[in-house]
Design a protein around this ligand. Structure first.
Ligand SMILES: [Zn+2]
Length: 334
C-alpha cells in the first residue's frame, strides 16, 4: 500500500501527533484526490508493528492484514459492502442497482467490534470510506458511538462533501482537509508523457480518475465517440449504438463537457475539457447559443439525478436528440 506522493507530508505530520489523536478524524477534500488511499495509509501506519518514521513498514503481518482489508482491529464501512435483505429483494427488480447509501444496520453491526478490546493492544479503528453516504438513521446511530467512544477506538471518516454530514457529527470530529495534487504530481503519478497527462486531467479532473478511465479501457472510446458526434448530419441510431457501449456516467460526462466546450468556444474562444481531440470545431453562431445553453441544462440535470436506468437507451437518445439539430446548424456546409 504505497502512500501517494502528495500525501506523504500531511500523513507524516498527522502521525507525529499520534499520542494526541482525537477519537474521530474526518478526512475531506475534493472527489478523486485519493482520500480513501490516504486513510488506508494512515490506518496501516497506526496498526503497523514496526513503523519507520511513523509510517507503516509494509513488511509486518499487521501491514499485510490492512493491505488485504482483513486486520482484526479494523472495521470498514462502505457502500459496496452494504447490501441489506431489503435491497436484495429490490435487486430482483433492478439487477444493476447499486447501493448509494450506508444504512443503519451496518453501523449497528459495529457493536460487538466496539465492545471487545483490541486484539493487539493498540488501536481499534473504524474506517468509514464514504461518510457522506450514511443515511440519516445510520448517521444518528454513529453519533451515539462518537458521543461515548470506547477507549482506544479511532473513527476515521472520509467525505467529499461536508455539507452532507450532520452538524452534530461534524462537531465531534477533528477535520483534516486534503488538497488536490498539483499538475507536476499528477503527471508523475500517471507516468505518461506530460501533454497526454494534461489532456486526461482536463477531462477527468484528477490523476486517480484519469487512471481509472485508462484502466477500465473507456478512455480509448472517447475519441471515436467525439469524432462521430461531430460528423456532419450524424444519425441518431449510429450515435446511440456507440454511446451505449460506453459506461453511462462517462458518456454523460463527456457529452456534457463537449457541450460546455462549445459554449466556452462561443464566449471565450477556448475549450477546457476535450482539449486533445482534433475535431473540426465550428464557429458557434449567436442563433444557436441559446439552444446549446438549453442542452447544457438538460445534460446537467441528467447528471445530477443519474441513477442507472432500466433502459439506458431511452435516456441516451432523449439527450442526443437536441444535439442532432445543433449538429446540423454547426456542421452544415454553407
Ligand atoms: Zn508494518
Amino acid at each position: 500500500m504505497v502512500t501517494l506522493a502528495w500525501h506523504v507530508k500531511p500523513l507524516t505530520e498527522l502521525l507525529s501527533h499520534r499520542g494526541h489523536f482525537p477519537h474521530s478524524l474526518l478526512i475531506h477534500g475534493p472527489q478523486g484526490i485519493g482520500k480513501v488511499e490516504f486513510s488506508y495509509s494512515l490506518v496501516q501506519s497506526l496498526l503497523c508493528l514496526a513503523p519507520v518514521n511513523h509510517l507503516s513498514c509494509q513488511q509486518c503481518v499487521a501491514c499485510h492484514w490492512v493491505a488485504q482489508r482483513q486486520h482484526p482491529d479494523l472495521m470498514i464501512l462502505n457502500i459496496e459492502g452494504n447490501v441489506t435483505l431489503e435491497e436484495d429483494a429490490a435487486e430482483d427488480k433492478a439487477k444493476d442497482k447499486k447501493s448509494t447509501t450506508i444504512n443503519v444496520d451496518a453501523v449497528r453491526d459495529l457493536g460487538p467490534f466496539l465492545t471487545v478490546g483490541a486484539q493487539r493492544n493498540g488501536y481499534k479503528i473504524v474506517l468509514i470510506e464514504q461518510a457522506d453516504a450514511l443515511n440519516i438513521n445510520a448517521a444518528n446511530a454513529l453519533l451515539k458511538a462518537l458521543e461515548e467512544p470506547p477507549p482506544n477506538v479511532l473513527f476515521v471518516l472520509v467525505a467529499d462533501q461536508l455539507k452532507r454530514l450532520l452538524p452534530t457529527i461534524l462537531s465531534r470530529c477533528q477535520k483534516l482537509a486534503l488538497r488536490a495534487p498539483n499538475a507536476k504530481e499528477s503527471c508523475e503519478y500517471l507516468k505518461i508523457p506530460e501533454l497526454e497527462a494534461l489532456s486526461l486531467l482536463a477531462v477527468y479532473g484528477t490523476p486517480l480518475n484519469s487512471k481509472r478511465a485508462l484502466e477500465q479501457g473507456v478512455e480509448k472510446l472517447r475519441h471515436s465517440y467525439l469524432t462521430l458526434l461531430t460528423t456532419p448530419q450524424v444519425q441518431l441510431t449510429e450515435l446511440s449504438v456507440l454511446a451505449q457501449k460506453i459506461p453511462l456516467e462517462y458518456w454523460l460526462d463527456w457529452t456534457h463537457k463537449w457541450c460546455n466546450d462549445l459554449i466556452s468556444q462561443y464566449f471565450l474562444q477556448k475549450r477546457f475539457f476535450h482539449i486533445d481531440v482534433a475535431v473540426n470545431l465550428p464557429t458557434v453562431e449567436k442563433v444557436i447559443i441559446f439552444d446549446l445553453l438549453a442542452w447544457e441544462k438538460q445534460l446537467k440535470q441528467a447528471k445530477r439525478s443519474l441513477r442507472h436506468p432500466l433502459v439506458p437507451k431511452l435516456l441516451i437518445e432523449s439527450l442526443l436528440i437536441p444535439w442532432l439539430s445543433l449538429n446540423r446548424s454547426l456542421y452544415l456546409n454553407p
